[in-house]
Write a protein that binds this ligand. Structure first.
Ligand SMILES: [Zn+2]
Length: 488
């Protein structure tokens, strides 16, 4: 199935004619009512330049150069090394003998840690390599108290004011075979989720290398690999709770799980699915009520993140396009992004277009001529590299951007066909952009630059569209947009 962006763009173009004719009508009306001088004032105050299409690409050459460094060959080496640990089940052995033999999840953990440390050494110590270890008590898929370790590397932001903002990429390094309680027989996990672990590692390698080449990321980037996913999202739950308890300003989580591009004939290697929740898992009753009133069912922070990824996909040549799926996850499956959603963080899941269920969660074997097992030979390393490029470009764009504007409000105290938006200044912003779309459109359609001040009035009715406001720095990096709260 082909990527369906063209029809969405066609729709947005037709909406454009409608909007332009509305603006023309409004101008004619204003001229009749208040004369040319009044109109000129209003235009200067309110209109600014004409709105542009939100789908226009915009790229940063440093980021484009950084993502070109992503290597399919490095990704192949990472996935093949992960497979060589034989069984990376969270309940596989972690004792000294298995570490020495290079078997089990403990050996995988030590190798990942050593990889992060190697990248850090190559960039003059730019990464802080850390572990988050805890003991999980027995549960349905955990027969005895089990030590679980998340391994991560922190690329600290260069701007003291902004380094507390964090963007994060993750994959799970544990694996499973047909039996979730089997920690000994082969569980190669090349695609699920050697591929996602490889994306996290490769993003760490190329973005730390960019830092060595004097590229600056004002905000902090974390490259995470978690365990316990197959036993019940244990690692990501622990990590997300830690982030919540410690008050991290975690603004985006990119979870890559099954991005190996399984080589089945029906695969579409030109796209990667990006799943995002609609109603936030963390929303309380009052928030659900507010969302219902606003018609905000498709504007969770996770969905704004998904739209941001779509924008990155149009702006950079990653080799793969994001295909947004407006749903938390696939049927009968879950993933680590949900653990972050439950703590109120914006988090999305990347997964290949078409999964081959014979090649995941299966003990390797051949039955009736069908080969089962999550083996390296079914993965497309070039595809994983494309997904890594899209992730790295997203992380770099978010970490380069100024903070999103705070306290974004939409005036609703009078019945009015115009819309006035206000917000607080964002440090490092050179300008702001108001984006909007028809209530039935999936993605932002129009953007209007507000080059000075923190207020804008648009000749577009708030009753008919959904607005967002984002901050833009002098180099053109955009923050995530913030949907305004009505203010009376
Ligand atoms: Zn998985």
């Amino acid at each position: 199935m082909a990527y369906q962006e063209n029809s969405a763009m066609a729709k947005s173009a037709s909406f454009g004619y409608l909007s332009i004719s509305l603006v023309a009508a409004a101008v004619a009306l204003a001229l009749a009512l208040c004369g040319p001088r009044c109109l000129a004032q209003e235009m200067a105050q309110d209109q600014g330049p004409a709105p542009r299409l939100a789908s226009d690409p915009h790229a940063d050459t440093h980021i484009a150069e950084a993502i070109r460094q992503v290597s399919g060959d490095r990704i192949r080496q990472t996935i093949e090394t992960l497979v060589s640990f034989h069984n990376r089940s969270t309940i596989s052995s972690q004792d000294e003998a298995s570490l020495k033999a290079g078997k089990g999840i403990g050996a995988a953990r030590e190798w990942i840690k050593a990889e992060f440390e190697r990248y850090s050494k190559e960039c003059g110590g730019c990464l802080e390599v850390k572990t988050d270890t805890f003991t999980e008590q027995p549960a349905e898929r955990i027969p005895k108290p089990t030590e679980i370790t998340n391994v991560y590397a922190v690329l600290r932001g260069t701007d003291a004011q902004q380094a507390n903002r964090i963007v994060l990429v993750t994959g799970h390094y544990d694996s499973r075979n047909s039996d979730t309680l089997n920690g000994t027989d082969p569980a190669p996990g090349a695609n699920d989720d050697g591929s996602g672990t490889a994306v996290s590692l490769e993003c760490a390698r190329v973005l730390s290398k960019a830092v060595l080449n004097k590229v600056k990321f004002p905000a902090t980037i974390i490259f995470l690999t978690v365990a316990g996913e197959e036993q019940g999202l244990n690692g990501s739950k622990h990590f997300a709770q830690m982030a919540k308890q410690q008050g991290w300003k975690l603004q985006a989580v990119l979870n890559n799980d099954i991005v190996g591009g399984d080589r089945s004939p029906q695969q579409d290697a030109s796209v990667v699915r990006v799943f995002s929740e609609g109603l936030p898992a963390a929303a309380n009753e009052a928030e659900i009520k507010r969302i219902r009133t606003l018609g905000g069912e498709s504007d969770s922070t996770s969905r704004e993140l998904a739209r941001y990824i779509a924008d990155v996909g149009r702006s950079y040549d990653a080799g793969v396009k994001p295909l947004l799926i407006f749903r938390l996850d696939r049927f009968l499956r879950g993933g680590d992004h949900y653990a972050f959603n439950q703590q109120g963080f914006a988090a999305v899941r990347f997964t290949e277009f078409r999964e081959d269920f014979n090649h995941q969660h299966q003990t390797p074997r051949t039955e009736n001529g069908i080969e089962y097992g999550d083996l390296s030979k079914f993965a497309d390393f070039g595809y994983v590299a494309h997904v890594a490029r899209l992730n790295a470009a997203t992380l770099a764009s978010l970490a380069s951007a100024p903070p999103a504007p705070a306290n974004v409000k939409m005036q609703t105290k009078d019945l009015d066909n115009d819309t006035t938006l206000t917000w607080e200044p964002s440090s490092g912003a050179a300008a702001y952009e108001v984006v909007w779309r028809s209530t039935k459109a999936p993605d932002w359609e129009y953007v209007q630059t507000v080059s000075s001040g923190t207020r804008a009035t648009l000749k577009v009715s708030k009753d008919n569209v959904i607005f967002g406001v984002r901050a833009v720095d002098a180099a053109g990096h955009r923050s995530l947009p913030v949907v305004p709260e009505p203010e009376r």
